[in-house]
Ligand binder design. Structure first.
Ligand code: BTN
Length: 339
């Protein structure tokens, strides 16, 4: 049976005719093409060619450049097979309305915009790259085009605002389960939203909530996973603390299947949380708790507290036994591990 999902392939990010020509020239040759030859064909300077090549690299084209030989195209950016995602998730809440982009500012921002416009629950925004991907605490989330999974889901859980934030835990455990099932690598969770593989960060969740009168109107659950990112493609400052599934397992992971698995697992967890509450999700998060019994420092607006992480309570707060032996509860904050 044909899938009835709507998959909107939003227009690929506009590529200038010159960049297209650079790609066409590189694709027409198996070997190096000199910068001079490209600049002659386009009637532009060698410096301009170099700039086009760099911007193509940002879009996920792997182009090697060697002085006196020129440029060679090694790899084109990967693309998710969205019709397959739609087929694999057919009939599920998160398998009905997909909006797929080559490039977007942030899938969370787009999902929020759609939610405000009245998009139905289950709308999924996916992109191969983001120009301003957002992480928690105002940080950036960067990922080379076609290498990670970047998606956001519109949820309308009708929960009180005091409970809606627990969907972070539901999302994190679902994504962890999906990764384990597919990549066969253990995933731990660092409170409140980091996916840890091999003691490094491989992904994160960014939940954004809107509501009034103590009821969530919509929730956007954003997920970023470093899937097939190579070590050199990680931001230079994060190469010691970040990883990808490919780096951890030594194998490429099928992003299309992983996306479908994550959506299906998330649907199961989501329905269960709405029906029976968040206890199981929190318990499952505790079973993967990366911080438990480690020495941590939690920074909040009011300063930092050092102590031992001793668990996560029923409201999702991190429990830290401080140096004065008193247990503190954190509903937000930035946690650093003391090794
Ligand atoms: C974090 O670890 O701080 C959270 C990272 C969340 C990143 C994802 S990528 C898809 C979605 N769109 C965004 O702008 N952010 C989230």
């Amino acid at each position: 049976m044909e899938s009835s999902a709507s998959v909107v392939l939003v227009e690929p990010a506009n590529m200038s005719p010159r960049k297209k020509t650079v790609i066409d020239i590189l694709k027409s040759r198996a070997d190096f093409v000199s910068g001079q030859e490209i600049s002659d064909s386009l009637g532009i300077s060698r410096n301009a060619v170099h700039k086009h090549v760099n911007s193509l690299r940002d879009r996920g084209y792997r182009i090697v450049g060697i002085s006196r030989r020129g440029y060679r195209l090694e790899e084109e950016p990967g693309r998710l097979a969205m019709p397959i995602v739609a087929k694999l998730t057919q009939g599920s809440l998160f398998g009905t309305a997909f909006r797929y982009h080559d490039e977007i500012e942030s899938t969370n921002n787009e999902a929020k915009r759609l939610a405000e416009e009245g998009a139905p629950e289950g709308t999924v925004v996916v992109s191969e790259s983001q120009s301003a991907g957002k992480g928690r605490l105002g940080r950036r989330w960067t990922s080379p085009a076609g290498k990670g999974l970047l998606f956001s889901i519109v949820l309308r859980p009708g929960l009180p605002l005091s409970e809606a934030h627990l969907l972070t835990f539901a999302t994190a455990i679902s994504v962890a389960e999906a990764i384990e099932a597919q990549a066969r690598v253990p995933v731990h969770l660092k409170w409140p939203n980091d996916l840890i593989v091999d003691n490094r960060k491989a992904g994160g969740i960014l939940l954004e909530i809107s509501g009034e009168h103590d009821r969530a109107d919509w929730v956007v659950a954003g997920v970023g996973i470093n899937v097939n990112t190579e070590h050199v493609e990680l931001p230079a400052g994060l190469r010691r603390s970040a990883t990808s599934l490919k780096i951890a397992t030594g194998k490429s992971v099928d992003r299309t299947v992983l996306l479908a698995r994550a959506l299906l697992t998330l649907e199961r967890t989501y329905r269960e949380c709405l029906e029976h509450g968040f206890n199981r999700a929190l318990q499952s998060f505790r079973e993967r708790d990366y911080l438990l019994h480690r020495s941590v420092s939690v920074s909040t607006g009011q300063g930092a507290v050092v102590g031992e992480a001793v668990g996560i309570d029923e409201r999702g707060a991190l429990l830290v036994q401080a140096l004065d032996r008193r247990t503190r509860r954190f509903h937000s904050g930035d946690v650093t591990l003391h090794r």
